[in-house]
Ligand binder design. Structure first.
Ligand code: NAD
Ligand code: MG
Length: 361
């Protein structure tokens, strides 16, 4: 097992990465203020892993309630959030009852938000079961639900007490979801970890075959990178955390423009990172070879490398609606060189050329 510590001054916590962690209750039990938990999962993940987790916790004398939600981003809503509160209240869960999120990013985000507000804050543990959730959404304390007018618009910063990334759970993940997670993995290499980018180039085949050792290394590296950034800028006020949005300004526009669900988030981020690469090339900052290397790696990860052609006007309109917009100016994460990003703006003519080069037509 590998452990990454998230060093927040007020609430540091560990991220454990390894195989068979669902059974390792000794990692969980000492953190529970009361031997009572509510496990929140969904209809897909619960049949696969809920009983295993419940059995090991009950074996350690922990009383477990479970709340099983419908599966899908379309359920990341107030209505579904309320089902969590219904379950907690019906089972007389108290302020010291720990909420455990068992699932992907949707379950993690919703459970975290529920924990943030249930009786003004209940303890919370993340057990992420998708690659995306293990390298990204379970780490850092952002929780949210969607509003009909925007994704993740209602939420809170609320840190878990523990993150358990059990590699075994990834074996049942559909291929497309796995690749979508790899987009976020590759993102960390591009932001500021060129050594990791090169490691990915050499090990992408092992990752694609879900080799546990390669996965453990990659997930640990991503968590280390994210933990470092989050520790410096917990609530995204210092501008450091903003680099984690590489590929996301374009990516969110792609997701919204095609209608949510047509492309997975990671797929849109992959195409968005390619657009960021083309833009950086257009600005004279990275060369042809760097663009080709990024494209080759994403292709080997079975991710899209061309963005859908929504047109310049539509892209601008969609990007202007993004959460990352500050005082009306769109901030882009761009590449100074391969493996080194910065946040900046993009002149309109460069954006136009970028879309010409980077979109499917
Ligand atoms: P998801 O939670 O929808 O999971 C994807 C699919 O895989 C679902 O159908 C799920 O039921 C299924 N699944 C999960 N684990 C499985 C397993 N082990 N075996 C088989 N199937 C499994 O999607 P996701 O990609 O994990 O997360 C996306 C969500 O995360 C979005 O809502 C996004 O906004 C959020 N997110 C949050 C943050 C953050 O910092 N809080 C960061 C990134 C993304
Ligand atoms: Mg993302």
């Amino acid at each position: 097992m590998k452990t990454v510590r998230l060093d927040l001054s007020h609430s540091p916590y560990d991220i454990h990465i390894g195989q068979g962690l669902l059974q390792r209750v000794e990692l969980i039990v000492p953190l529970l203020p009361q031997k009572q938990v509510a496990i929140v999962s969904n209809e897909t993940v619960a049949p696969l892993y809920l009983e295993k987790l419940r059995a090991s916790l009950e074996g350690a004398g922990v009383c477990c309630h479970s709340i099983v939600l419908p599966d899908g981003e379309q359920y990341k809503t107030w209505e579904t959030l309320n089902l969590i509160f219904d379950g907690l209240l019906a089972n007389r869960c108290e302020r010291k009852t720990t909420l455990i999120a068992l699932g992907g990013g949707v379950i993690g985000d919703m459970t975290g938000f529920a924990a943030a507000v249930y009786q003004r804050g209940a303890p919370f543990i993340q057990i992420p079961t998708t690659l995306l959730a293990q390298v990204d959404s379970s780490v850092g304390g952002k929780t949210a639900i969607n509003h009909p007018l925007g994704k993740n618009m209602i939420g809170a910063f609320y840190q878990p007490r523990l993150v358990l990334a059990d590699l075994d759970t990834l074996n049942t993940l559909p291929d497309r979801e796995f690749s979508a997670g790899l987009a976020e993995v590759i993102k960390y290499g591009l932001i500021d970890d060129f050594e990791f980018f090169e490691w990915l180039e050499s090990n992408i085949e092992r990752l694609m075959s879900r080799d546990s050792e390669a996965l453990a290394h990659a997930i640990e590296r991503c968590c280390r990178n994210k933990a470092r950034v989050v520790a410096q800028d917990e609530k995204e006020t210092a501008g450091v955390r903003e680099l984690l949005n590489l590929g996301h300004t374009f990516g969110h526009a792609i997701e919204a423009g095609l209608g949510y669900g047509a492309w997975l988030h990671g797929e849109a981020v992959a195409a968005g990172m390619m657009l960021a690469a083309h833009a950086s090339h257009e600005l004279g900052q990275i060369d042809d070879e760097s663009v080709a290397r990024i494209k080759a790696l994403l292709t080997k990860a079975a991710l899209p490398v061309a963005a859908p052609d929504l047109g310049l006007a539509r892209y601008r309109e969609l990007m202007a609606g993004d959460k990352k917009v500050e005082s009306g100016r769109i901030r882009y994460i761009l590449m100074r060189e391969l493996g080194q990003c910065y946040a900046g703006e993009l002149p309109l003519d460069v954006l136009e050329k970028t879309l010409k080069t980077g979109c499917d037509r």
